[in-house]
Design a protein around this ligand. Sequence first.
Ligand code: AMP
Ligand code: GLY
Length: 440
Amino acid sequence: MKNQVKHKLENIVIIGNGGRENALAWAIQKNALVKNIYLIPGNGGSLGINKCQNINLDYENKSLLKEKLNNLDVDLVIIGPETPLANGLGDYLRDQNFPVFGPNQDGAKLESSKSWAKSFMQDANIPTASFWKITTVNEAEEIILKSTFPLVVKADGLASGKGVFIPETSQECLKITKEILNGKFGKSGKIVLLEEKIEGPEISVFAICDGKRYVLLPTAQDHKRIEENDKGLNTGGMGAYSPAPIISKKELEGICDTIIKPSINELLKRNIDYRGVLYFGLMITKSGPKVIEYNCRFGDPECQTIMPLMDSNFANLLYKCAVGNLIGDEKISSSSQASVCVIAASKGYPLDFETGFPISFNNINQNNQQIFHSGTSIDKNGDIVTSGGRVLSVVCQGDNFDSAFNSAYETLKKINFKGIYFRKDIGHQVRTKKSLNVES
Ligand code: AMP
Ligand code: GLY
């Protein structure tokens, strides 16, 4: 494979346009071997990161992408979002001999088909909620009306994080199931998964894999709901913190034995050469940790939260995964600090919101702090404006969670755009009461 011998790491391409991709770029630029990072397409904040440039190219146009990557003499391609992975961009670029971090279409199925992922877990005896895979309203009625416990409804395919429903009643459960089967999410809803509703705190665990071996990143906890006290609609994530103290080192070892290693072994058994990050969304239930979902990419905003804890070797590790060359006991994080992220969103998100508002940043101190742009662009006057639902990821590190969150909320006071919204209780699980009384 290209560059396996010379191990050049000068030119790196990152596919994607979110806060996650900017955070990856920020961590990768720390490595002295890296000279240029090209984000395709990147966003309004990517240019502010050392060594970074945006390339405005449609990465779905594979031959154009290939030509560009050849011209750039690329050493490593990192694919950020799930959609190009599910559409086989990894397979295509590997066929062209580029080292790629991101699984092929077969591995990405762990995220792109929830029912496939459930059968995968069943075969490998991995703890997860009970489930029923259905394709007709009759089957749904049969299961929902007989069920003695509450059910969760999921569209099988990709739905931008909007395809999961937690109904209050069986009538509501049946109604949403019918809506999905009748096309609410197009072909992503041809199959519906009904799952036993389980309970407990959630945690995100990331394993970077080279096809055979893996290395764990620090754990994180996300906040999926839009409103404080974890109420309201589900979002892509409104904030996170890392590492997640909810599980001890010993418990994490248990998770490796019951969930992570069996997942890697099952991939091997199915001849899936998984080179990328495997994201385990776990729920810590009374009967132990269970897998809620797999994702085939870094979580957003968990990635923004974890990247500042990485040392300059991180770029190297991603390269080693891409060429199938991990040892498996690599040292991955040099920081013992706490890292936190609060998302500044557009008013109305996750439903309708307006964009195009200028963003002001007033005298922000950059120490132990990163502001990764999530949904921003540069307008015709050269000003940075809002362009998405989640606009900025304000990330801070500190010796403890209180100090890191205090810095993040102090910084948010200095940022403004029309309709700015952020949750004030991110990290309520790890902050003291005093630190939770944040003024707006
Ligand atoms: P997902 O998109 O699969 O991560 O699901 C979104 C959210 O729905 C998760 O973070 C959980 O909070 C919740 N959820 C998903 N599946 C279940 C389940 N079986 N029981 C309880 N909550 C669930
Ligand atoms: N933060 C959750 C996700 O990226 O799916």
